[in-house]
Design a protein around this ligand. Structure first.
Ligand code: SF4
Length: 371
């Protein structure tokens, strides 16, 4: 298939693998974090780590939008879904994310009107069709998906649709990366940068990483050769004693981002003073809420939301996985009490979660043998 097969060419992969082997220093151990869950899945689906020298370790980062939603936020969503006359809409993967007692799917089975949508525009469509009901959209995701929520809110306002509101849980990528870089738990040598987020924000917001922390960043696409080439670019910077932001994903990411999307984000959203991330705790200015101009469409102002705070279950080590401190198979419940069918933590539920990647692509067995 044109435009896909070129990025999955096994021979080119072997050439890149040889070039990587030639530039690494065998006396050194390299730790490279791929920020996005999409990269984690590409790595394990295509066996990219098998093409790397043993001293190049890949560490999985916090860029999975479902994984970082805390339990209390899920409980808040369930409380809203149970409000009389409410139709609660969300993406499919949020349905199975565990709250403290149940999931949105359980709430639906118990009678709440919870509906899966593919886009916030579906929620707007439902609101138009059901003018006597209140339609709430549970908005999640990084800067990648926030523009679609913003444009939907703009359209709802323009059309005078008053029965739609948004429970905004959009997060931003730079603050958790800064928190990770400040963490004494983790020593990283470079970052495979988030290609989807960078499509919107550009590469410039990541310049603080080389400037302040002296680590290279390569914004990367999601096909196997994209990821392999990005790792090669990071290792080449390290070998040459350089650190800068490079853009491997030039076919999609403009260095300055998408100005129209950024303009819409600035109009519809503002930064929250702080937001709780699953396993990472509160991170200041790391999430979005609706700006005053859109306050009338804010579900958290329209309804009384409990604002629940719940500690993660003791067995759950999603926080350590999201920080790259442990590998998924090191969590005590991985593959036993926690599986995609019966997940304890979010990293196993989400199609972008690191635990789901390990589980689905057989890393459990392999890592256990190696350890
Ligand atoms: S195995 Fe389950 S509980 Fe453990 S870190 Fe992964 S998702 Fe969380």
């Amino acid at each position: 298939m044109k435009f896909v097969d070129e990025y999955r060419d096994a021979e080119l992969g072997r050439v890149l693998s040889g070039e990587i082997a030639a530039i690494v220093d065998p006396r050194r151990h390299y730790k490279i974090m791929e920020v996005c869950g999409g990269h984690t899945h590409a790595i394990y689906k295509y066996g990219i780590d098998d093409l790397l020298p043993a001293n190049v370790e890949l560490v999985h980062g916090p860029g999975c939008p479902v994984c970082v939603i805390p339990m209390g936020r899920v409980d808040d969503g369930i409380a809203l879904a149970r409000e009389p006359n409410v139709i609660f809409t969300c993406f499919g993967d949020m349905l199975r994310v565990p709250g403290s007692r149940e999931t949105l799917l359980d709430a639906k089975a118990g009678g709440a009107d919870v509906r899966m949508v593919y886009s916030p525009l579906d929620a707007l469509r439902i609101a138009r069709k059901e003018p006597d009901r209140q339609v709430v959209f549970f908005a999640i995701g990084f800067e990648t998906t926030a523009p679609s929520t913003a444009l939907t809110l703009k359209r709802a306002k323009a059309e005078g649709v008053e029965n739609l509101s948004v429970m905004c849980s959009h997060v931003t990528i730079v603050p958790p990366l800064r928190a990770l870089l400040e963490s004494p738990d983790l020593r990283l040598d470079g970052f495979v940068g988030p290609g989807h987020v960078a499509t919107v924000v550009g590469a410039r917001p990541f310049e603080f990483i080389p400037a302040v922390y002296g680590k290279p960043v390569v914004i990367s696409g999601f096909e196997p050769l994209d990821v392999l080439q990005s790792i090669h670019m990071i290792l080449r910077q390290l070998a040459e004693g350089r650190c800068t932001v490079e853009n491997q994903y030039t076919r999609v990411v403009p260095y300055e981002g998408n100005p129209r999307a950024l303009e819409v984000l600035a109009e519809v959203f503002e930064l929250r003073p702080h937001f709780e991330w699953r396993g990472l705790g509160f991170i200041s200015q790391s999430a979005l809420k609706l700006s005053d101009a859109y306050a009338d469409l804010d579900a958290e102002r329209r309804f009384s939301v409990p604002g629940v705070r719940v500690a993660d279950p003791k067995a759950c080590q999603c926080g350590e996985v999201l920080k790259g401190v442990i590998k998924p198979w090191e969590c005590k419940v991985f593959g036993t009490a926690c599986t995609p069918e019966h997940a304890i933590g979010t990293c196993m539920v989400s199609p972008e979660g690191a635990c789901a990647a390990y589980y689905n692509y057989g890393r459990f067995a392999r890592e256990r043998v190696l350890s």
